[in-house]
Design a protein around this ligand. Structure first.
Ligand code: SOE
Length: 385
């Protein structure tokens, strides 16, 4: 079958540039039925030596050192934004005005105001868009979505999620610059709230509906860090840790915690949902498994089952190996590329779209407002994916 081309221009050559490039490179081998195939037309980064090497390593036909030039090119259909958060709005708005499709790294923006402008721009330009909240597309997480949607859990009482890391405990870790821009409030917008809890919130609202209101506490354990760009020791403006509780629209209670100070945890993203009849839980460190407890089971065999989500009839798994053989973190990005390409065939948006991600941004903003004001905050979430 001759394929239609989706010509990609990727901006940013860090960790996310690599995960997305891997997704584009692998998708056509594993999803041969797709009508579209990505073509790696150009990659962009300010450092010419690095971007040239990246282009060669990942198979891009060309490179640019100025993102405006990349957006202006006629041979680019879709712009993929993998740069720090402070650049998302400007690049996305320019790409939308140029009529390009946009795939944007999470969180959508630093603030709700920026995110709203991005949504307005893609709505006005009517361009296809998606935001890389990749964890939705791990088979076990998609299976959780299907189980919740089937009603098996019954009425839901509790949603609990954690995202724990430990990489910033050392006060010598700088803020700003490559790799550590996540610690610089001007580049990142917030700390763990936008970087890690945003994942938890995206999954939570996808699985369990709208979050209505929140009450949060945040802490910045290391108050000053050297800034890589200025060389000066500067005040740290991000939240190092954040805990919030909330009400969901469906009446259930939510409890969320994220920190970069949980010694021993590198990327422990977990969630658990407790319903009237059944519960499920998931752990990123064991990402092919979904645990399920059903109180309706006969009492003598009742207990938590650990479902190894690798059978061909489980989400996405018919695309990979044979039952029993697991897949990894990187596959969530391959799946998102596949779903985006599919959305071009079907005309059905590839969620989370900018509009969906705006709802997550509303919750993040309410969390930070609540922590600052020590008060409950309404989120204003009005749309659930
Ligand atoms: C931060 O360490 C980080 O890389 C996040 O930015 C990603 O979104 C998360 O998936 C893993 O952790």
């Amino acid at each position: 079958m001759s394929k239609k081309e989706l010509r990609i221009g990727l901006i940013g050559t860090g960790f996310m540039g690599r995960t997305h490039s891997n997704g584009y490179n692998r998708v056509s081998n594993f999803f041969p039925e797709l009508v579209y195939k990505p073509v790696l037309k150009a990659v962009c980064s300010r450092n010419e030596e690095k971007v040239k090497a990246f282009a060669e390593q990942w198979g891009y036909e060309s490179y640019e050192t100025d993102w405006k030039k990349l957006i202006a090119r006629n041979d680019i259909d879709a712009v993929d934004i993998c740069t720090p958060n402070d650049t998302h709005a400007e690049i996305a708005i320019a790409a939308a005005v140029a009529g390009k499709m946009i795939l944007c790294e999470k969180p959508l923006a630093r603030t709700l105001a920026e995110a709203q402008k991005m949504v307005d721009a893609v709505t006005k330009a009517k361009v296809n868009n998606t935001v890389w909240y990749n964890y939705r597309r791990l088979p076990a997480v998609t299976l959780a979505k299907n189980i919740v949607a089937s009603g098996k859990l019954g009425k839901i009482f509790h949603y609990r999620a954690n995202f724990l890391q430990d990489w910033t405990i050392n006060a010598d870790v700088p803020q700003g610059g490559a790799g550590t821009w996540r610690l610089d409030v001007d580049a990142a917008g917030s700390g763990v709230t936008g970087d890690l809890l945003a994942h938890c919130i995206d999954t939570a609202m996808w699985l369990n509906g709208a979050i209505k209101d929140v009450s949060a506490v945040t802490e910045t354990f290391v108050k000053q860090r050297m800034h890589q760009l200025t060389g000066k020791v500067q005040q740290v403006g991000i939240d190092d840790a954040c805990i919030f509780h909330c009400h969901f629209d469906n009446g259930s209670l939510g409890l969320f915690e994220s920190t970069r100070y949980a010694r021993g945890h590198k990327a422990l993203y977990t969630f658990e949902i407790n319903g009237e009849h059944a519960s499920i839980r998931w752990d990123l460190h064991d990402l092919n498994r979904l645990e399920y407890f059903d109180h309706r089971d006969e009492s003598i065999v009742r207990g938590w089952r650990s479902i190894h989500v690798t059978d061909g009839d489980q989400p996405y798994m018919d695309k990979w190996w044979v039952p029993g053989l697991g897949i990894g973190y990187e596959h969530s990005f391959v799946h998102q590329v596949a779903d985006f390409l599919k959305s071009l065939e079907t005309g059905k948006p590839c969620g989370p779209t900018f509009k969906d991600a705006l709802e997550t941004q509303k919750v993040c903003e309410a969390v930070i407002d609540s922590a600052n004001s020590k008060a409950w905050k309404e989120t204003g979430v009005e749309w659930v994916m």
